[in-house]
Structure formats: structure tokens, C-alpha cells
Design a protein around this ligand. Structure first.
Ligand SMILES: [Zn+2]
Ligand SMILES: [Zn+2]
Length: 291
């Protein structure tokens, strides 16, 4: 009896401790099969590599002082991303900085796991930091029912459009492109191979969720204004190569097939970028007119 009285609080404490570590997750609103399918990693241009799944893009930027990983796929994608990075001959533990185009479960799902394994610093826009910290529960469109991915705190917040992230010989300009999430960002930087330098845009294309209501909603009063700003800002970016958060958005599988030789030129595609941006703007105008 005496023993039980002592043991009970320990059991209860251990249970709650376990619960706080495990962080109960709710199922995400949508999951597509192509989001977790494996895909052969490859060199896109210079020191930029594709290490994501078939459709959820993750980008490795190799620098003179460790590496940068942009986007981490779904919860559980960490093992595939690790396999891809190692298959290319790089060390997983060399990831020093983690970035995200936006903090939805399909792009930051494995952020907590990869941070834990590598000790990398997470850098996000201040307006996406609350989502990362509560596992997506404060998202204006998907939030309110619980966490869809493991909660993790950012180490550095970006406050302005065109803030810079530096590591080794790399400088990444972060472009704030709000709308899809409040802190969504695109990344602009130069990569080099033995022949030339390429200006690369990792674009967060302003796709519109069914849940989004224009001109504003209680959870995001300025959503219409922010989309309008982002369409204007994205029209004026100068780049040689563009890629995006989802492989399907920039036509990866039409431009590159598994086993293809290194050929950065296939990603030079201003027309594809302009066409998609036009289509999304038309969808935005149609939706705003209908409200
Ligand atoms: Zn999203
Ligand atoms: Zn997505």
C-alpha cells in the first residue's frame, strides 16, 4: 500500500511527460500519394540539389561552411530526405540551416525531426513562426482542430522583405510573399558550376486554398490585400532558373527524368513561371469577384 502511494504520482508524471513529448497529431486535411513517393535526388544547378519526394520539393544548398535545407516534406519524410542527401555524397549532419517556403504540414512536417537529428537552426518569417510553434493549429485556413505536425520553435525570425540568410559563401535573399500563409516566402540566390552562374528563384507560388475567403476572413483580415501584393511582387523578379514548393508546380517531371545527365538549362523557363502566375492571378480575380 505504502509502495503504491509513492509509485502512483511517478506513473502519472511519467504519463504526462510522455504525452508532452509525443505531441498528439491530428490527420492533415489532404494527403496525396505523390507527396510521399520516393524520387531519385539530383543536381539541379551548381551547388543546388533536389532531395525531396516525388512531389514535395526539398532543396539542398551546399556551401563552404555547411549546408542549407529548404522544406522538409510531410511528418515522417525525414528518412527519405536523409537517404537522398547521403546518396548524393553529402553528410546529413552538415545541415546548418533549415528554411521553409511556408509552414503547412506538407512542407515543414519533418522540421522538428531534422532539427533534432542535425542541430540545424530554423529560420522563418515572423508571421509563420506561430504556426511552426503550434504544429499548424493557428493556420488561418487549416487550423483550429489541433497540430498536424510536430511543434518546433524557430531559432531566428525574418521581419522584412529581402532579409538575407548567409552561410559560408552563400547569400540567400528572402522575399516575403504572403497570402498562402501569412509568412510565406520565396528565395533568391546565385549558384555556380564550372561554366556559369545561375540566378535561382525557389518560388512559393500563390495558390489559393478552398477555405480562403476574400477580401478577408476573421483569422486573416488582409488576405485579399496580401495576395494582390504578392502577385505584383512576383511579376518583377529577375532569375535564370525557377523551381517551387511542389514539383508539379514547375513541371519537374517534364523537365527531368530519373537518371538524366546534369543539365541546368532545362530549368530555364520564364514562360512556365509567367503562365502559372497568370493562371493563379485569374483564379484570384474570379474568386474575389464572386465574393
Ligand atoms: Zn500550403
Ligand atoms: Zn503544399
Amino acid at each position: 500500500m505504502q509502495l503504491l502511494k509513492k509509485a502512483l504520482p511517478i506513473v502519472i508524471l511519467t504519463f504526462f511527460h510522455f504525452c508532452s513529448i509525443a505531441q498528439k497529431l491530428i490527420p492533415p486535411p489532404i494527403i496525396q500519394e505523390s507527396w510521399s513517393l520516393d524520387y531519385e535526388p539530383f543536381r539541379i544547378a551548381g551547388n543546388l540539389y533536389y532531395v525531396g519526394t516525388y512531389d514535395l520539393a526539398s532543396y539542398l544548398i551546399v556551401t563552404s561552411n555547411g549546408n542549407i535545407l529548404i522544406n522538409t516534406g510531410l511528418p515522417g519524410s525525414d528518412s527519405l530526405i536523409r537517404k537522398h542527401i547521403e546518396a548524393l555524397g553529402f553528410k546529413f549532419s552538415d545541415i546548418k540551416i533549415l528554411l521553409a517556403t511556408h509552414t503547412h504540414y506538407d512542407h515543414v512536417g519533418a522540421m522538428a525531426a531534422i532539427k533534432k537529428m542535425t542541430g540545424a537552426k530554423i529560420i522563418v518569417h515572423e508571421k509563420d513562426a506561430p504556426l511552426l510553434a503550434d504544429g499548424g493549429n493557428s493556420d488561418y485556413a487549416f487550423g483550429g482542430n489541433g497540430s498536424t505536425f510536430l511543434q518546433v520553435k524557430a531559432d531566428r525570425l525574418l521581419h522584412h522583405d529581402q532579409d538575407t540568410v548567409r552561410l559560408g559563401d552563400m547569400q540567400i535573399v528572402v522575399l516575403h510573399h504572403p497570402g498562402h500563409t501569412k509568412g510565406a516566402c520565396s528565395f533568391l540566390f546565385n549558384v555556380k558550376d564550372s561554366i556559369r552562374t545561375y540566378r535561382v528563384l525557389v518560388a512559393n507560388m500563390p495558390t489559393i486554398l478552398d477555405q480562403t475567403k476574400f477580401p478577408g476572413m476573421p483569422t486573416y483580415p488582409d488576405v485579399g490585400k496580401d495576395y494582390a501584393y504578392t502577385f505584383g511582387a512576383m511579376r518583377n523578379i529577375q532569375f535564370d532558373i525557377w523551381v517551387a514548393s511542389h514539383a508539379s508546380q514547375f513541371g519537374l517531371h517534364k523537365k527531368h527524368r530519373a537518371g538524366d545527365a546534369y543539365d541546368p538549362k532545362v530549368f530555364i523557363d520564364q514562360k512556365g513561371y509567367d503562365t502559372l502566375l497568370d493562371e493563379l492571378k485569374q483564379a484570384y480575380l474570379k474568386k474575389i469577384a464572386g465574393n
